[in-house]
Design a protein around this ligand. Sequence first.
Ligand code: PLP
Length: 452
Amino acid sequence: MNTPNDERSSPRPGPLWQPMTHPGEAIQHPPRTIVAGEGVHVTDAEGRRYLDALAGGLWNVNLGFSCEPVKRAIANQLDVLPYYSAFRGTVAAPAVELAERIIEWTSPEGMGRVFFTSGGSDSVETALRLARQYHKLRGRPGRVKFLSLTGSYHGTHFGGASVTGNARFRTPYEPLLPGTFHIPGPNTYRNDFDEADPARLAARCLTALESQIVFQGPQTVAAFIMEPIQGAGGVYVPHESFMPGVRDICSRHGVLLIADEVITGFGRSGAWFGSRLWGVQPDMMTIAKALTTGYFPLGATLISHEVAEEFESNDDGLGAVMHGYTYSGHPVGAAAGLATLEETARLGVVDNAASRGSQLFEGVTGLADRFDVVGDVRGGHGLAIALELVSDRPAKTPLDGTTMARIHEAVFDAGVAVRLSGNKIILSPALIIGPDHVARIVDALAAGLESV
Ligand SMILES: Cc1ncc(COP(=O)(O)O)c(C=O)c1O
C-alpha cells in the first residue's frame, strides 16, 4: 500500500477519470497534483507554489484556502450532527437557519423560498423541473419548453446540458431534452449579426428572444434561463439593457425567468448578485460554489414569493415537490454556508471584487495593446475576466491548441494558475486577492504571451 506521501508524489491520475478531460490525453499529460492551499496560493506535489487566479479552479473558493471560521464550523457540525435527511418529516437545524440567511441576502431580488441541492447542476435541474410544475399548478400544462442563450453553461445534467449553449457539452450526449431552444447570446466579439456595439447587439438578441417565444407559442414556453454574466463559456458581459429587456419580455409572455447565479452569486461581479447588477428580479435563482467558498458541495434553487405561493396554496397534492437529493439540506454543508455568508459579509468582499476586478481588467487590457495574439478581453464587472487568443486578429482565427497549451504552461511556470477554455484564458481569482496578487497575475500572463 502507498503511504500518503507516495500517493502525493504520484504524477499520474491512475484509475481516476477527471471531469471535462479526455481520459487518453490525461494519461499522456498527467494533471498537476495539488496537495495544499493557503490564502490564495496552492502547492503541487513537486513543491511548486502557484498564485491561484481561479479561486480553486472553478470560481468557488472565493474566500481563499485559509478561511478558519468555515473550517471550524464544518468540524463542529461533524461533532454535533454529521447528517440527517431533509426529506418530508425531518430537517437538520442548520439548513433551516441557512435558508433564512439566504432569503435575507436575496430579498432585493424578491426571493422567498430555498430548496437545497448538492451543487450548481442540481440547482439548475431543480429550477427547470419546478418551472414546469408551476405552470401545471396554474392550469397551463402545455408550458413545457425551455429557452436559453448560446454561449451559456448550465451544468451537466440532462436538463442543464439541454439548455447549455455550447456544442462541446451537448453533442456527445445527444439526444437531449426535447423542447429546448437557443437564442443568440450577447457575444460582441463573435455573433451572426456582425454587430460589435453592445447596446445594439442586446437589442438584436432581445428581438430574437421575443420572436422565438412568439414562434413557439407563448403557451408552450415554461422558462428562459440565463447567467447574468456568462462565465464558463468565456465571460460574455451583456449590455446593461439586456437582462432588464429579458425580464420585460418574459413577464409579457408569462415565461418564468431563471437567473443562473452559480458563478455570479455572492459578489463575483462586483455586485452581490448578477441580477442585482442589472436591477432585475428573476422568478428563480440558482446558486452554489461561493455559498460554501468551495469547502463543501452545496447549492440551492431560490424561488420567488409569487412562484412559491402557487405551490403552497395548492390543495390537491399536485404541489408536492417530488424532487430532491439525499444531500439536500446537508447539515455540514449548511453549517459551512452559514459561516461562509457571515465571513463574506464581514469581509465585504464585494467591494474588493469590484476594485481588484477593475485593476485586473485594466492590466489585461494593457496586454491586448502589447500582444497581437490577444483578440479580445472581456470583463469589466468584478473578478470574471477572459482573454480570447487568436492567430490572426482581423480574421479572429482561434489560436491552435498546441500554442494555447504552451502559453498555459508558461503562465504556470511564472507561478500563476489560470484555466484554458478552448482558445480562451479564464481568470476568476478569490474575492480576497490584493493589489500585489493582481500585478503578479498580469506579469505571469505577459510571460505566457511572450512564449508564443
Ligand atoms: C452558471 C453555471 N451553472 C451551473 C453550473 C454547474 O455547477 P456544478 O458544476 O456545481 O454542478 C456551473 C458550473 O460552473 C455554472 O457556471
